[in-house]
Design a protein around this ligand. Structure first.
Ligand SMILES: Cc1cc2nc3c(=O)[nH]c(=O)nc-3n(C[C@H](O)[C@H](O)[C@H](O)COP(=O)(O)O)c2cc1C
Length: 266
């Protein structure tokens, strides 16, 4: 697959993956490509844990499901990230950012706008939204043929230090490399961030992966082969919209419009 095609086709897979294991050569390619990512002073501050064992995946999935249910029931997640939620195509089109909740059970639709707001917690609990989302999250993680943990060297990943910032930037490069390599091989990927929102749950995941004290578990990803015929989750979102280059970029100095130049550079 051409690099530009992979960049354009890369997206978050919210639904189930095809029910088949990852070909060993596909996993190796992903890791070999990841190892090519840039890092400050070529420090390569990352380590990867690839989990394919069904029991270990189920144990991690139980933590992910529990975390999702807990975060939704307490309203923490919603309060923190509400500013990114869009409830209509028009809203998403207008901001060109955020995530658009475009799939939800019929009974919830009349409450769509209200449900993920601060006072919507009661409605959410009445319709058992936390339970539904928790169950979905558990199933999604348990059935993913590959979970990939990424850990960073604590001596480099120091909060508030420049070395920490450089390590974060390096992490971004490695994640995008993994994602594009997966896309190029017909695979999809989703971040499993919910356990990370709850320190005790994240510590449990880290223990299951056997991450040593010198490393900090930073990311958990689920991967598998994409299958467009698979039904979407009960409550789901998409986020293909992007801001235009003209809104994101300036020419020479901040605020100067980025108008395309002619071949003569005028
Ligand atoms: C640091 C980070 C954390 C993320 N956490 C989650 C997550 O917990 N669950 C999820 O489904 N997507 C997660 N995402 C994916 C973003 O929501 C997604 O990349 C964004 O909405 C753009 O959509 P796209 O990936 O389909 O292009 C995360 C992305 C990043 C970079």
């Amino acid at each position: 697959m051409d690099l530009f095609d992979a960049i354009r086709q890369r997206h978050t897979t919210n639904g189930l993956f095809a029910d088949r294991p990852i070909a060993p050569e596909h996993l190796r390619t992903i890791l070999e490509m990841a190892a090519r990512a840039p890092s400050h002073f070529n420090s390569q501050p990352w380590r990867f844990v690839a989990i394919e064992d069904a029991e270990r995946r189920a144990a991690i999935a139980a933590i992910a499901g529990d975390s999702m249910r807990q975060l939704m029931a307490e309203g923490r997640f919603v309060n923190q990230y509400r500013r990114f939620f869009r409830f209509s195509a028009a809203e998403a089109e207008q901001s060109h950012d955020g995530i658009h909740f475009d799939t939800m059970p019929g009974v919830l639709k009349p409450f769509a706008k209200y449900i993920l707001t601060e006072r919507g917690g009661q409605v959410m609990n009445t319709f058992q939204v936390p339970r539904v989302l928790g169950n979905d999250a558990r199933k999604l993680v348990a059935s993913s043929p590959l979970l990939l943990g990424i850990a960073l060297d604590r001596s480099l990943f120091q909060q508030g230090e420049l070395t920490g910032l450089y390590t974060s930037i390096s992490l971004g490069a490695v994640v995008q490399t993994i994602w594009l390599s997966a896309t190029a091989q017909g695979m999809g990927l989703q971040f499993v961030s919910t356990p990370q929102e709850i320190p005790e749950q994240w510590a449990r995941v880290s223990n299951l992966l056997g991450v040593p004290a010198e490393y900090e578990l930073i990311l958990l990803l689920r991967l598998g082969y994409e299958d467009p015929t698979i039904k979407r989750p009960t409550i789901d979102w998409t986020s293909p919209q992007r801001k235009a280059v003209e809104e994101l970029a300036f020419r020479e100095t901040w605020g100067q419009p980025f108008a395309d130049r002619t071949a003569h550079g005028e």
